[in-house]
Ligand binder design. Structure first.
Ligand code: Q46
Ligand code: ZN
Length: 312
């Protein structure tokens, strides 16, 4: 197998592009692809200050690393969910990357704020951990972005994440979520713009990029992701992809084309009320996060630790 660019020995097969590349040409290809998504969808501009949502996994650490390589000076935010060793190791990996990039890492601790980790909180609230986790992460990341003056929040969602979520929304006809999966969500109601530069990059490509750049990430997944329907949809889509390469990317590109008109229409119709405590958008008088804080926060305020790497 020969590299399509240099003709040397290829190390990475890319059947979705009917191609194979050597390690260094793959890195260049991947970076060009992400940079192309950023330009095409106007995700980031020179004047933007970017905050990357960092979980300690391959996607978010690769994204943080790559954005800085492309010249976007991006900092990171990590949310410590209080899940035993998993959260601890993830924070260590995130800090290692902060050191390597010489960028700031903000972190928010659930246990430090609510005296409970996500599992105990979810049990008391009788909510699935992932649903509660989503509420908390969305809120905290927005809050950090606006509080510290970042105009864009970038997440490492990749092609496989997006295609499986889309398939799930279609299979269950979740119309309220169906058109909200775009590559960019513009800033509104004082919330930061949200972007997904890896939207058209597969999980395998992100893993290869991490490996080739010696990015040390946490290998285990969050224990709550195991058994999730998303994993089932991912494996179904992979089986289709094996037989018919490029199906996933065509699925998402087709979605993006159709989603544009729908998203703008939906934004117009969206309810616009604010939480009376924090002022964030909310469908009720008080947002879910402020209610959590009132019930479990024991008077605590939302507080971030800021890790500033020392000079190497
Ligand atoms: S939602 Fe659920 Fe993830 Fe939160 S509890 Fe873990 S698996 S981390 S993306
Ligand atoms: Zn609130």
């Amino acid at each position: 197998m020969k590299c399509r660019v240099c003709g040397g020995q290829a190390n990475i097969r890319l059947p979705q592009y009917n191609s194979a590349l050597c390690a260094s040409d793959f890195v260049a290809f991947f970076e060009k692809r992400v940079s192309g998504t950023i330009t095409k969808h106007a995700l980031l501009g020179e004047q933007d200050r970017t905050l990357v949502a960092v979980s300690g996994g391959k996607d978010s650490l690769s994204l943080w690393y790559l954005l800085n390589r492309l010249g976007f000076s991006a900092d990171g935010i990590y949310i410590d969910l209080g899940i035993r060793d998993y959260s601890h190791v993830s924070l260590v990996k995130a800090r290692q990357m902060a050191d390597r990039l010489q960028r700031r890492l903000y972190s928010f601790s659930l246990s430090g704020t609510f005296s409970k980790g996500i599992e105990e909180l979810a049990r008391i609230m009788k909510r699935p951990p992932c649903s509660l986790c989503g509420t908390i992460k969305r809120y905290v990341m927005n809050r950090a972005s606006t509080h510290y003056g970042y105009s864009v929040l970038a997440t490492g969602h990749n092609l496989d994440d997006e295609a499986s979520a889309l398939l799930g929304n279609i299979l269950h006809w979740k119309e309220e979520y169906l058109w909200k999966k775009g590559v960019v969500l513009e800033a509104e109601h004082g919330l930061a713009k949200k972007v997904k530069p890896f939207f058209l990059c597969s999980e395998k490509e992100a893993a290869a990029y991490a490996l080739l750049n010696k990015i040390d990430y946490v290998y285990e997944e969050c224990p709550h992701s195991l058994g999730a329907k998303t994993l089932l949809y991912k494996s179904l889509l992979n089986r289709v992809e094996d037989v018919s390469p490029a199906t996933k990317i065509a699925f998402l590109k087709g979605y993006l084309k159709r989603a544009k008109a729908e998203v703008s229409r939906e934004q117009e119709e969206k309810e616009k009320s604010s939480c009376k405590v924090c002022g964030y958008p909310s469908y009720s008088e008080e947002c879910n996060f402020c209610r959590l804080l009132k019930r479990f926060g024991n008077g605590a305020a939302v507080r971030f630790d800021i890790y500033v790497p020392s000079e190497p």
